[in-house]
Design a protein around this ligand. Structure first.
Ligand SMILES: *Cc1c(COP(=O)(O)O)cnc(C)c1O
Length: 237
């Protein structure tokens, strides 16, 4: 059921959040991983600030947004909740980098040098460096954003040399498929890219993969952050 803005939405979101944590814990256990090693990012795009607050009141702090203007509106509304950690996970256009650099703690969708350099230049210097994940186009779709695996080293080096950015790892949104083996294969490819990169940058610690439909496959393949929207906040129209 989709939570609507009724008296009940806070209860609904609290219950769904609990289920999401339980699902992660179960998958972690099954694959011999520590539950605490898989972070839950609650993806609140298209949902109102009140929904975010409902999850916040259950102790949740990490939220993901995909549309810059909508996100900035909500970040502004929730400015008093200064321990919320905001992740930008949508495609980034050049003319939106300033707002991303100014308002977010993490950006998971950096896929080219031009964007990295703009974010570095525009990050306010009174803030901690912007934490960056490189988005990798793991299933090599023409239309999807994400850097090609072959360009990963060059982009990582560029980010590594940006003083206002902190490289933390990789993110991917693989092509949708119901084939569990194919899902796992995509996730294992991202994990392999991460392991290669970590040999060079030992400080990186984040593999962001897995959404409402494929949390288990992602955790099996070594995800450290799953991004769940629909299963917590309901269908998006
Ligand atoms: C919307 C979105 C999600 C959440 O997807 P659900 O299927 O609703 O869980 C995760 N990651 C990214 C990058 C998204 O844009």
């Amino acid at each position: 059921m989709t939570p609507q803005l009724t008296d009940n939405y806070m209860v609904t979101i609290a219950e769904r959040l609990k289920s999401a944590y339980a699902r992660i814990a179960l998958a972690a256990k099954k694959h011999h991983r520590n539950e605490g090693d898989v972070c839950l990012l609650a993806v609140s795009k298209t949902k109102p600030a009140d929904f975010i607050l409902a999850a916040y009141q259950q102790g949740h702090r990490e939220f993901g947004e995909s549309y810059v203007q909508e996100a900035v509106d909500k970040i502004t509304q929730l400015a008093n909740y200064s321990d919320i950690v905001w992740h930008f996970i949508g495609p980034i256009q050049s003319n939106k980098t300033a707002a991303v650099a100014e308002h977010f703690d993490w950006v998971q969708s950096v896929d080219r040098e031009k964007i990295a350099k703009r974010l570095n230049r525009q990050r306010p210097t009174d803030k901690a460096p912007l934490k960056v994940l490189i988005q990798v186009n793991i299933s090599l779709e023409e239309t999807k954003s994400g850097c090609q695996p072959a360009q990963l080293d060059t982009l990582a080096e560029c980010i590594h040399h940006c003083p206002n950015l902190e490289l933390r790892g990789l993110m991917a949104i693989p092509a949708k498929t119901d084939d569990k083996q194919q899902q796992i294969q995509y996730f294992e490819q991202l994990r392999a890219c991460f392991d290669r990169l970590k040999a060079q940058y030992p400080q990186i610690d984040t593999v962001s993969m897995g959404m409402s439909g494929d949390v288990e496959a992602a955790i099996a393949a070594g995800s450290t952050m799953v991004r769940i929207g629909t299963d917590i906040f309901g269908q998006r129209s």
